[in-house]
Design a protein around this ligand. Structure first.
Ligand SMILES: C[S@@+](CC[C@H](N)C(=O)[O-])C[C@H]1O[C@@H](n2cnc3c(N)ncnc32)[C@H](O)[C@@H]1O
Length: 409
């Protein structure tokens, strides 16, 4: 089906849902099989009625997206918003859930449902999943529910999903696939029963296209059999981390012990800062912006090996886009690209958050830190001489600054 026809069809369903009707995308028998619409979810408690009656998915992508508090998630083809609302709960007040849809009527329905749900951490965007209106490296997870099969340019959709994901980010999608080539007669028969069949990929095609887009760790799991070789499936993959085996993700409360111990280990080198004792967790979190804290995790051991965090430099409105950051890598793990991975992710996240200037102070003797920062666009804007005493010696501090070229250029 051509894109305009797809949009027309779903706009019609959205208008019906807006008038209070329950809409379905497949025949009643398929619906009863326990896969389509709300039947695909374990728990929809507390969601607004309007989101439930417009649920047109074929599974539960939120259940496999591994969402955590503070993360950003994008739902491709968000329809009435059911998966955006479920995601919003999981990522919490410091996270964000975007829904993208080409149908203005679906967006109207989704916004109405979000208002009914009383959530403020969601945003619905108008556009095509083949050209996502978001910058690169800005989301932790891409989800989608029974949409990608409808696209007339699936390689573009997967390339866009890859582009917007942060390194290490996850792709968790529910979709209709075929378990092999299906002859046109069987396909047409299946299309009578299941809405999203005409353009569905075979499992092998899906796998190949994900690989071509750059995804790794591809797993496709069948969740329902609709006959004629047509199945619902959960499709999972991830964007490789910048450093193999390393994941950059938002810092969590549970990371406190490891974050503070890396902080202390850094201070013990006498090159990281004037303090000699790391703060308590309360002290650490009090001054640092919750949405701009990341950790680097060894994916094999699940151990935190570094962190980055930032504080506002001033409460004055004119400085709203200026922060001061610190980046610490465990002294035993340095020179493996961890600092670069952390700082790269942090810069992207800060620009997404509207930050135009990142500042920092570095001891001139810390040449590794200076080299790293300069490689990522920081410049030395000054030096404070003999600014403070550290272990009995007066020390200078170089002032570093990175002015964004994309925020308020
Ligand atoms: C089968 S419905 C699924 C809606 C939603 N994911 C759910 O689970 O209820 C497909 C949705 O994708 C949207 N859609 C289809 N093709 C699209 C495209 N190329 N770009 C953006 N949205 C698209 C439609 O407007 C519709 O809202």
């Amino acid at each position: 089906m051509a894109h305009d026809e797809v949009v027309k069809r779903y706009s019609g369903l959205a208008r019906a849902a807006l008038t209070g009707k329950v809409v379905v995308d497949c025949d009643a028998e398929e619906f009863d099989q326990g896969c389509f619409g709300t039947a695909g979810y374990d728990d929809t408690t507390g969601l607004p009625e309007g989101a439930l009656r417009a649920s047109l998915g074929c599974g539960d992508p939120v259940a496999v997206a591994g969402l955590h508090a503070g993360e950003t998630v994008l739902d491709l083809g968000s329809g009435g918003g059911i998966d955006v609302l479920l995601s919003a709960r999981r990522v919490g007040p410091h996270g964000r859930a975007y829904g993208l849809d080409a149908s203005p009527d679906m967006l109207e329905l989704a916004c109405e449902n979000a208002a009914r749900a009383g959530v403020s951490n969601v945003e619905f965007l108008h556009g095509r999943i083949e050209a996502v209106p978001l910058p690169g490296h800005c989301v932790d997870a891409v989800i989608s529910n029974c949409v990608i099969n409808l696209s007339d340019d699936k390689p573009a959709v997967l390339a866009e999903a890859f582009r917007v994901l942060r390194p290490g980010g996850r792709f968790g999608v529910s979709d209709v696939v075929t378990d092999g080539p299906v002859d046109p007669v069987r396909r047409a028969a299946a299309e009578q029963r299941v809405g999203c069949v005409a353009g569905s990929l075979t499992v092998e095609e899906y796998r190949a296209l994900l690989g071509q887009a750059g995804f790794v760790g591809i797993v496709i799991t069948f969740t329902a059999d609709h006959g004629d070789g047509v199945r619902s499936a959960i499709v999972q993959a991830h964007k490789p981390a910048i450093v193999p085996g390393l994941e950059i993700r938002p810092m969590r409360e549970a990371d406190a012990g490891q974050v503070l111990s890396i902080y202390q280990a850094g201070l013990d080198t006498a090159q990281a800062g004037f303090e000699t004792v790391a703060p308590s967790w309360e002290g650490f979190t009090a001054g640092r912006l919750p949405h701009l804290r990341y950790v680097a995790v060894d994916t094999e051991t699940d151990e935190v090996v570094g962190w980055v965090a930032a504080s506002a430099v001033s409460a004055r409105p004119v400085y709203a886009g200026v922060v001061e950051h610190s980046v610490y890598v465990h002294p035993g793990c340095q020179a493996h690209g961890i600092g670069r991975a952390l700082l790269t992710a942090f810069i992207a996240a800060s620009e997404d958050a509207g930050i135009w200037t990142i500042q920092s102070g570095v001891f001139p003797e810390n040449t590794a830190s200076l080299t790293l920062h300069q490689a990522l666009g920081f410049r030395v804007v000054g030096a404070r001489e003999r600014v403070g005493r550290h272990y009995g010696a007066w020390r200078d501090v170089l002032l570093l600054e990175r002015r964004s070229t994309v925020i308020g250029p």
